[in-house]
Write a protein that binds this ligand. Structure first.
Ligand code: NIG
Ligand code: FE
Length: 407
């Protein structure tokens, strides 16, 4: 770790004095609770609703006319309220960008795992302060678009020191931190991939495990094969990390089957699936996380959400925000793409971007708006969540509460 310090979170003036006041948001045209016991359909929809924020939690939901007395009251004016988005897949600890690579792709060049090396060089050269400022900027950008829970991966350091510092910086911004030392084989190990796997499963893992909850591997041609991925995830599990996998993004491969075999929380991308892959996802507890920003930005074939849903798999939507394959932090954009091009209904896409993301992070306190859940919610400048797909590209998120605080 360089001697330079990593800035900590901004001190909360109310630290130590937990907010105890209550706020009712009334006159909500459509409230999405994601709790079928509270309203209609899988989204637990309540029309003409109210919701009470009690400190950092949801205290009450129900019809607006029955809203209890609270310290503060806010009239939603007939707009919609949805759970804050849960973005379960991002790569925000990086420096530089890859505009030239994007331009080349849009002129016909295809995407490959190799572009990651450009960002690795820029990230290694950046100071802790620069990297931290970048993460803060993209987390704030995501929050303005309704994201209240975000997972952040390392993977652009690829040395023990650079991976550990990436995780330390990510930890300043989220609890959902993922060790992705196995993003690609580090350039210095290009002709000794097995030695790099030894590093990732040995000293690098020892240095990184204390700073992460998850371990991930890019299981793909040009990155890590099935055997290497199994060794990496198994070592991570032994060190107390929970697995998730970049699987079947660019080609058919063993990633999805491996994710299910190891009970990974999530298999991410799932663009190229065999029937056996779909069956495995439907039969296991691994969430299929789809990342339409990547297909958009690489002009690739869309993942088939309909096929997964019809088979009974749990589907999440996430941004995959990174400077190479998907430089968007917008969950509403991903919802719109999933509805337009991946066969999802607006209800399914909203669920996948909230409760689905929570399932992919094995969280029960986020992704729903029922009493006891975290008070993470977004007020939309629209009468219902359907407008997120119906009005693509329009900044509909007009207010966001995170842990009960208007942010
Ligand atoms: O999820 N697939 C691997 N990792 C990223 C891409 C990273 C990059 O191109 O820099 C992804 O798409
Ligand atoms: Fe990714």
């Amino acid at each position: 770790m360089s001697p330079e310090t990593i800035p900590g979170p901004t001190p909360d003036p109310a630290d130590g004095k937990k907010r105890a006041d209550t706020t009712a948001i009334t006159n909500i045209a459509t409230l999405v609770t994601n709790d079928p016991s509270l309203g209609s359909g899988p989204l637990g929809l309540i029309q003409d609703a109210a919701i009470v924020i009690d400190g950092d939690r949801i205290g009450w939901v129900g019809p607006s006319s029955k809203a209890p007395t609270t310290d503060n009251r806010l009239d939603a004016g007939g707009r919609a309220v949805v759970p804050g988005f849960v973005d379960s897949h991002s790569h925000l600890v990086f420096a530089g960008d890859r505009t030239a690579e994007f331009n080349a792709r849009m002129s016909g060049q295809s995407y490959s795992a190799g572009g990651i090396r450009t960002t690795v060089a820029a990230t290694r050269a950046a100071s802790n302060n620069e990297l931290n400022a970048n993460v803060a900027r993209y987390v704030a950008e995501a929050r303005r678009q309704g994201t209240t829970t975000i997972e952040i991966k390392s993977g652009y350091g690829l040395t023990t020191e650079d991976e550990a510092r990436a995780l330390t910086i990510a930890s300043v911004h989220t609890d959902e931190v993922t060790y992705l030392g196995a993003h690609i084989v580090a350039p210095e190990f290009a002709d000794r991939p097995e030695a790099y796997v030894d590093l990732v499963t040995g000293p690098m893992l020892d240095a990184c495990a204390p700073h992460a909850r998850w371990i991930d591997v890019f299981c793909e041609r040009g990155a890590f094969d099935g055997d290497q991925a199994r060794a990496i995830l198994t070592a991570g599990k032994r060190a107390g990390l929970l697995p998730r996998v970049h699987a079947n993004q660019l080609t058919h491969g063993p990633g999805v089957q491996l994710a299910v075999e190891l009970d990974a929380a999530s298999a991410d991308h799932c663009t190229h699936l065999t029937d056996a892959d779909v069956d495995a996802l439907a039969g296991g507890s691994t969430v299929a996380t789809l990342l339409p920003g990547a297909e958009f930005s690489t002009r690739a074939e869309w993942p088939d959400a309909r096929r997964l849903l019809d088979a009974g798999a749990v589907v999440a939507l996430s941004t995959d925000c990174n400077p190479g394959s998907s430089f968007t932090s917008s969950m509403p954009f991903c919802i719109a793409l999933a509805v337009r091009d991946m066969g999802m209904t607006p209800d399914e896409a909203l669920w996948s971007a909230t409760a689905g993301g929570a399932a992919a992070l094995r969280r029960t306190d986020v992704g729903r708006l029922s009493p006891g859940a975290r008070a993470n919610l977004a007020l939309l400048d629209a009468p219902s969540h359907v407008h997120l797909a119906y009005r693509p590209g329009v900044p509909l998120v007009s207010a966001v509460w995170q842990d009960g605080e208007l942010v």
